[in-house]
Design a binder for this molecule. Structure first.
Ligand code: C5P
Length: 232
């Protein structure tokens, strides 16, 4: 499993996105496109970024009945994306259907990753509102195991959970981890954070970094700092 830095492109317009990307003259960073940009601009934004040479993680977190997810994934795989995700809460049957839909006629497919518990969900809310009585780490482990059993390539989780996920699902199972901050930068609204260097030590495979790069005075320097700490 490779190691890479994925930039979370949380911009509200094409102009802002392209203005940001124009800073990068030498590198072609791996980019995460989320619901905001995809719902605003549609598949065209993905085609445009692929044409510019970027790898794309399409973060749409699908969660529906298996047939619907399978058909939606078949459409997305035609976009030539590199990574896409579903909610593990949709069950193994849904994850298996997603995998089937995603697989192209030649057998190739993008990486398929499952969201375990969102980091915005506290253990208290999970237990009281969702009536899941297990602990949060135990549900993350169980959802990761389900994703692994369904044949998925990895999970999105907190960098602090990456080691635990690898213990349960093996080293070849990818951990994709947001919640990354430099030791000397603002936490913004993130709570359970760690640095790129520490994420590497814990065993994360892909770090997803947004504001520390997108809001930096020098985004290219910030990206290079992430690469130097995490990959090199
Ligand atoms: O700006 P920042 O580095 O906090 O961006 C992190 C990105 O990862 C955002 O796009 C955010 O929506 C996403 N994310 C997250 N925590 C999760 C899942 C996704 O921060 N559990």
């Amino acid at each position: 499993m490779g190691k890479d830095v994925i930039i979370a492109c949380d911009f509200e317009s094409r102009e802002k996105l392209m203005g940001f990307l124009d800073n990068f003259r030498e590198e072609k960073p791996f980019l995460k496109i989320g619901m905001e940009l995809f719902y605003a601009m549609g598949p065209e934004v993905v085609r445009e970024l692929k044409a510019r040479g970027h790898k794309i993680f399409l973060d749409l977190k699908l969660h529906d009945i298996p047939t619907t997810v399978k058909k939606a994934m078949a459409v997305l795989s035609g976009l030539d994306i590199d990574m896409v995700n579903v909610h593990a809460a949709g069950t193994k049957a849904m994850m298996e259907a997603a995998l089937e839909g995603l697989t192209r006629a030649d057998g190739s497919r993008p990486l398929l990753i499952a969201v375990t518990q969102l980091t915005s969900t506290s253990e208290e809310r999970m237990q009281q509102e969702l009536l899941i009585q297990a602990s949060l780490p135990d549900t993350v482990k169980q959802y990761a195991k389900n994703a692994c059993d369904a044949g998925l390539d990895g999970v999105v989780c907190s960098p602090l959970e990456a080691g635990m996920v690898h213990e349960v699902c093996g080293e070849a199972f990818a951990t994709v981890t947001p919640g990354i901050r430099f030791a000397d930068s603002s936490k913004d609204d993130q709570v359970r954070i760690t640095t790129p260097a520490r994420a590497k030590e814990i065993g994360s495979n892909y770090i997803v970094v947004g504001r520390p790069i997108t809001q930096a005075e020098d985004p290219v320097a910030a990206y290079r700092r992430c690469m130097a700490e995490f990959v090199d």
